[in-house]
Ligand binder design. Structure first.
Ligand SMILES: [Zn+2]
Length: 231
């Protein structure tokens, strides 16, 4: 007879989708790196289960500045090698700026796991310079263009609370979700406040202030997750 063992299971991460207001809240800078690598691996599972190529921590209910992208052979490992984990790359506290030599914007069809079943044209910089630390807290910077640059711009937007249809010139994508019009309008108005924000230093006190200003209830579980990594 098989004996059933009692095991403490790791928390099952759940993909958040619009109109969850947590997706519109800016994320905090990470200062504590213990356990981050395990969290990134759990994020990778969620990404693969949902057939994505990138995922940002707020999408699984962690408002912390961390993102992962798939370690696809077509992605340039030479630039991203510093950020390599087992099956993916992980960037912590990333900041981004368009390169001086190339500020041309490109137009491509984007999608987002938090906005299921929707694709739209979004303007993105063709080439960007990214600074970030890896899961161990070691810094590096690199210049990248093409598809990976687009994915990284999309994921870094998540870390300031911006979802891709907000960057689209047409508002159609956003309002396809009219059955949740009230919640969608609320997300949109919060996102409007983030529109000029760049990813940078953001502390737990800033997060609490932001939530209070916008009458957002940030529940205890989510706050505990942020405090664990962001002090
Ligand atoms: Zn997304």
């Amino acid at each position: 007879m098989r004996q059933s063992a009692v095991r403490i299971m790791p928390e099952k991460l759940k993909l958040l989708t619009i109109p969850n207001i947590s997706l519109c809240i800016p994320s905090c800078s990470i200062v504590e790196f213990a356990g981050l690598s395990d969290l990134a691996s759990s994020m990778y599972k969620v990404m693969v289960e949902n057939s994505g190529v990138g995922l940002a921590a707020p999408q699984i209910g962690y408002n912390i500045q961390m993102l992962i992208i798939d370690k696809d052979p077509m992605f340039r490992q030479s630039q991203l090698g510093h950020f390599a984990c087992e099956d993916f790359f992980c960037l912590v506290n990333p900041t981004l700026q368009p390169t001086k030599s190339n500020k041309i914007q490109i137009v491509d069809q984007e999608g987002c796991l938090s906005f299921p079943g929707t694709r739209d044209k979004v303007d993105r910089y063709e080439e960007v310079e990214i600074s970030a630390v890896n899961v161990k807290g070691e810094p590096s910077r690199f210049i990248i263009d093409g598809l990976v640059a687009t994915i990284l711009q999309h994921e870094i937007d998540h870390l300031v609370g911006i979802l891709f249809p907000f960057r689209s010139s047409s508002s159609d994508t956003w309002f396809k979700y009219s059955k949740n019009k009230m919640e969608m309008d609320r997300c949109l108005s919060v996102m409007q406040k983030n529109s000029t924000r760049t990813c940078g230093h953001f502390m737990v006190s800033n997060l609490l202030e932001f939530c209070e200003e916008n009458s957002i209830k940030f529940d205890e579980t989510k706050l505990a997750r942020v405090k664990k990594y962001c002090g």
